[in-house]
Design a binder for this molecule. Sequence first.
Ligand code: NAI
Ligand code: NA
Length: 398
Amino acid sequence: MIIQPRVRGFICLTSHPEGTAQHVKQQIDYVKSKGKIDNGPKKVLVIGASTGFGLASRITAAFGSDADTIGVFFEKPAAPGKPGTAGWYNTAAFEKEAQAAGLYAKSINGDAFSDEIKKQTIALIKEDLGQVDLVVYSLASPRRTHPKTGTVHTSVLKPIGQTFTDKTVDFHSGVVSDISIQPVESEEDIDNTITVMGGEDWKFWIEQMKKAGVLAEGAKTVAYSYIGPELTYPIYRNGTIGKAKDDLEGTVPLLNDLLSDIGGRSYVSVNKALVTQSSSAIPVVPLYISLLYKVMKEKGIHEGTIEQMQRLFAERLYADREIPLDEKGRIRVDDWEMRDDVQTEVAKLWEQISTENLEQISDIVGYRNDFFNLFGFNFDAIDYNKDTNELVNIPSIK
Ligand code: NAI
Ligand code: NA
C-alpha cells in the first residue's frame, strides 16, 4: 500500500516500514562509527525497547558492544491495508540487522506492567541467555493496569497547586499561543501518575528477575528521568510527572539493597529533552525543545536519542572509571542541555518567540523533521508515493 503521514494532534497514525528501517539503520551506523565500547554489556534486557531511548539503548548495546538483546514493548503489527506502529517496524528492522550481524535478538510484545509478560521474559532469558548483565527500563505509558489489584491507573500531565500559563506551539501549524493548564484537582491524580510512571514496576521487574536467578553477578539496571529548565518546572519537574520521576529516582537505593549480594547496581540517568512520541504529548515542552535544538545545534553540541545513549554507555555506565553521579546520585547526560550558556540563550529566545518569528529563532523545522522521522517519514531516499509492503514481520515473533 501507499503509506503517507496521517497526523492527528501530536500523534501520527501511520508509519512507514522502509522509512523506519532507514531510521534504525542510521542509528546503527552512528553507533558503529563510534567504535566498540570496551567492557560493555553482553546480555541485555530492554523494557520499552521499540522506540525512543529504549530502542537507542538496545541498538547501542547490540552494535556498540555485540550484546545479545531481548526487547519488551507494546506495539501493533500491521494488518492488510493497515500499517503497523513505528515501534513494530523499528523492531523488525532491528532484529534483521542484528541477525545479519550474527547477534542474538528476540522480542516480546505485550504489557510489561503485567506479571504474565514478566514471567514470559524471565523464561526466555533462562532458556536462551541464562542471565542478563544489564536491564534497561525505558517505559513511557499513559496508563498501567496494576498487576496486584487489576486497577487501571491513568497518568496526567498537570501542574500541582496553581494554574500554569505559558507559551506553547502547535508544531504542525507553527502557531505559538498561550496555554493555561489547570492544576490537579486531587491527590489521586498525583498518585495515579506515580503508579504509572514511578518506580514500582521497575522494582517489580528487578525483584522477580532476582528471585528467578536471571540477574548475573554485577548486573546493572538503569531507568531514565528528566529535569529540564525552570520554565518547564510547573508542567514537568514540579508537576505530576515530576512526582513520578521523584519516585523513580527514589527507587534506586531500594534496588541497590536488593542487588548488593550479587554486586549489582541500579542507576537513574537524567537524559536530554528530545523529540519522541512521549515528549510531543507534553504541552510547552515541544516549543522548549525547538529552541533548545536551535541553540545546541549552533554550539555544535546537539544530540539525538542515539547520541545520548551511546554517550551514556561509553562514557558513563561502561567507562573504565567510577561513574560520576550528581548530588542526588543520578547519572547526568543532560549536562550539555543544562549548561549555563545554553539555558541563558534559550531563556532569552523564550521571551521573544512568537508565531511570526518561529521559523527564524527556533528549530521548529528540525523538530518537525525529527517527529516525522519517528514514524519513518521525511527520508529523502524514500519515495512516499510508491507502494510499500506494510506486512512486515518481526522475525522472533510468531
Ligand atoms: P517512547 O514513547 O519513545 O518509548 C516508550 C516505550 O515504552 C516504547 O517501546 C513502548 O512500546 C513501551 N511501552 C509503553 N507502554 C508499554 C507497556 N504497557 N508494555 C510494554 N511496553 C510499553 O518514550 P521515550 O521518550 O523514549 O521515554 C522513555 C523514558 O525516557 C521515559 O521514562 C521518559 O520519561 C524518559 N525520558 C524522556 C525524555 C524525552 O525528552 N523524550 C527525556 C528524559 C527522559
Ligand atoms: Na568501557
